[in-house]
Design a protein around this ligand. Structure first.
Ligand code: SIN
Length: 280
């Protein structure tokens, strides 16, 4: 029987746990299983003082599943399996600036992402996460009955492509070329987590625009309500980055937001996404 060296400490009531006693570039199968279980339970897990190069970061992600290649960043950097998230002084827009789960415009959104802090500002630039199972559980039975059968339209038109016009305002470039095409998918408004069976809200600011069969104007009041419930303070946790910190989040059960409050400071992170399945 293996003796685990891993220690875990919750950082907030609803989600988020910091894990210590593990070197991510050297993890074994037992540690992978423990981290997966922690991710399922806490929605997002954090590590400190990790040293990883590009290949070690990708190898870590592959322990949890195939790497997801983000269609809107393909061709914007040297390695399609890596997105460097860079915020330079003066950038008015950043990646992940609205509450979202990642890349939900695709039919099979990534199950999670592993983000490594490379150049971390002395203050600001925190990332917040929100437990979508806790948000769903807080709803009345009547509201649950109303939204359980609904599906929602997810599109990337607000975050990529020429109309979104992000590149003029931020250092991390996204596809804005003339060949870019909007990607749209329908997903259930309430998603059952494939590993825990827990039900959670699955709508977000960046990608969800309407309910199936309804106009955007008709959808807006209920959608706005669900989006706001989804990040009520008591469902969130907030992560303060240090150089070498790593966050690994589960897009199937949480949403997150990056804060653009680093003023004159640079912030550089390396992100690798893990492929996921079709939400049900
Ligand atoms: C993201 O949404 O993937 C970026 C999060 C961050 O930079 O903190």
């Amino acid at each position: 029987m293996r003796n685990s060296r891993i220690e875990m400490a919750k950082i907030a009531g609803a989600c988020g746990a910091e894990i210590s006693g593990v070197i991510l570039s050297e993890i074994d199968d037992g540690e992978v299983a423990e981290i997966r279980a922690a991710l399922n339970e806490h929605g997002v897990v954090f590590f400190r003082n990790q040293v990883m190069d590009d290949d070690q970061h990708k190898a870590l992600a592959r322990k949890f599943g195939p790497i997801f290649i983000h269609p809107n960043y393909k061709g914007t950097g040297p390695d399609p399996e890596i997105v460097t998230i860079r915020r330079e002084p003066g950038d008015t827009r950043i990646v992940g600036e609205e509450w979202h789960a990642d890349t939900t415009m695709v039919a099979e959104p990534p199950m999670g992402a592993i983000l490594h802090g490379l150049d971390v500002p002395p203050w600001g630039g925190d990332t917040m996460f929100a437990a979508q199972w806790a948000a769903y559980d807080s709803l009345s039975d009547g509201m649950k009955r109303l939204i359980d059968p609904l599906r929602a339209i997810h599109t990337d038109r607000k975050v990529a492509g020429p109309r979104a016009g992000m590149n003029a305002h931020r250092s991390t470039k996204v596809r804005e070329d003339a060949d870019w095409q909007e990607t749209i998918s329908l997903h259930p408004v309430v998603r059952t987590h494939p590993e825990t069976g827990r039900r959670g809200l699955f709508v977000n600011h960046s990608y969800t625009v309407a309910f199936e069969g309804m106009t955007e104007a008709e959808s807006k009041p209920l959608l706005d309500y669900l989006l706001a419930v989804g990040h009520r303070p008591e469902f969130t946790c907030r992560f303060r980055w240090e150089p070498g910190s790593v966050a690994f989040w589960d897009n199937r059960s949480t949403k997150h937001i990056a804060l653009n409050d680093t003023g004159p400071h640079r912030r550089v992170m390396r992100r690798v996404q893990v492929a996921g399945d079709r939400p049900t």
